[in-house]
Design a binder for this molecule. Structure first.
Ligand code: NAD
Ligand code: DAU
Length: 350
């Protein structure tokens, strides 16, 4: 893996992954980050990387929906591996406007698979990043296994399920060397403040309502983002081609509990007024359409076969996350303002 294409490297998980590969892992090659810079892609997430790593990091502003462009990149940069993060990632947005999800998540993945197929021999690995949401919703008992049948319930999860099937099919049909990971909910630095944890941190600090969908008892399985990055790199290095690996934190929690924990942590900060408690900001709102009740992942295949071990507990992970958001108010202000989109236009669309 000397020339790795990372798609969506300016998003939440993609940027954490690029930093992890360059700053911490044993990867010695070059990263070509292709990102179209949607509202969720932010060059500031990798500030300093170009200066620090010189030729080992290249950014290309490009859209995975542009198949010819993707194909040309494989020649231009002699790409020999792909780690495909780029996606529309927010379930609520997929309910309001599914079209972009079909284009980026399905057609975009298809384009990258086709480009990889036309460079077969050159490409030694196509790693596809996916989600536990493809499996649908669990009852009170049980865990998602790699063998759990797919039953996606939102346009987002259906588009990710489609892309997973395409990746698998390119392995079976064309022998493309692929691996797939299906991960649970991530949290940590650089997550766009539309997702539950950064949204609640931000609203709680600003004394704004904390919206809880439905009865707040939906359950997600939370994983600190760096642990997802170590899992992806473990699979890329040692995973068996054609296989899928589940990745999860083993930290199931009801949404309401997450929100209470964040409220209590913020109340306890020395410079914050805790009376009344921020819990009083909790506001139950209309439920998300098709809201999956419970996700929980069994990662024992990844742990037993490849020796992956997550490092953070939920307590340590949420404390680090809160500390990061407290220290990066300007980042939050910019991603929430139009100024950031103007900056992108000035820098990349001149
Ligand atoms: P994100 O929304 O923060 O980032 C997505 C990135 O992809 C952005 O940089 C965006 O600009 C880029 N992008 C979007 N459309 C593009 C296009 N057409 N061409 C090129 N670039 C494009 O997403 P995230 O939360 O970092 O998720 C990354 C991946 O991980 C996704 O595939 C998602 O399905 C998967 N995933 C996310 C989670 C989670 O909890 N966030 C959990 C499991 C899996
Ligand atoms: O499970 C993996 C998935 O996790 C990823 O594939 C997705 O890309 C990622 O966005 C995430 O999806 P969720 O829908 O689970 O994440 P979100 O942060 O949007 O919501 C988490 C839970 O909190 C969910 O049950 C809905 C609820 N929620 C969310 C928001 C934004 C609220 O109650 N209020 C809110 O304001």
């Amino acid at each position: 893996m000397e020339n790795m294409l990372v798609t969506g490297g300016y998003g939440f998980i993609g940027s954490n992954f690029v930093r992890y590969l360059l700053d911490e892992s044993d990867y010695e090659g070059r990263i070509i980050n292709v990102d179209s810079l949607t509202y969720a892609g932010n060059p500031e997430n990798l500030a300093g990387i170009e200066e620090t790593y010189g030729d080992r990091y290249v950014f290309v502003k490009g859209d995975v929906c542009d198949g010819e462009r993707m194909d040309r990149l494989f020649d231009e940069y002699q790409l020999d591996s792909v780690c495909h993060f780029a996606a529309e990632s927010h379930v609520d947005r997929s309910i309001v406007g599914p079209g972009a999800f079909i284009q980026t998540n399905i057609v975009g993945t298809f384009n990258l698979l086709e480009a990889s197929r036309s460079h077969q021999g050159q490409v030694e690995l196509f790693h596809h990043i996916s989600t536990d949401e493809v499996f649908g919703s669990l009852g009170k008992e049980g865990l998602f296994m790699e063998t759990t049948p797919y039953q996606p319930n939102s346009p987002y999860s259906a588009s990710k399920a489609s892309s997973d099937h395409l990746v698998r099919a390119y392995h079976e049909t064309y022998g493309l060397p692929v691996t797939i990971s299906n991960c649970s909910n991530n949290y940590g630095p650089y997550q766009f403040p539309e997702k539950l944890i950064p949204l609640v941190i931000q609203n709680a600090r600003e004394d704004k309502p904390l919206p809880i969908y439905g009865d707040g008892k939906n359950i997600r399985d939370w994983l600190y983002v760096r642990d997802h990055c170590t899992a992806v790199w473990t699979i890329m290095k040692n995973g068996k081609k054609g296989e899928t690996y589940n990745v999860g934190g083993n930290h199931e929690m009801e949404n309401i509990r997450i929100v209470e924990i964040i409220c209590d942590l913020i109340d306890a900060l020395p410079h914050m007024n805790a009376k009344p408690s921020r819990r009083s900001l909790i506001t139950y709102v209309k439920d998300r359409l098709g809201h999956d009740r419970r996700y929980a992942i069994d990662s024992s295949k990844l742990k037993n076969d490849l020796g992956w071990v997550p490092e953070e507990s939920f307590q340590t992970g949420i404390e680090k996350t809160l500390a990061w958001y407290l220290a990066h108010q300007e980042w939050i202000d910019r991603v929430r303002s139009g100024a950031y989109q103007e900056w992108i236009r000035d820098h990349y669309e001149a």
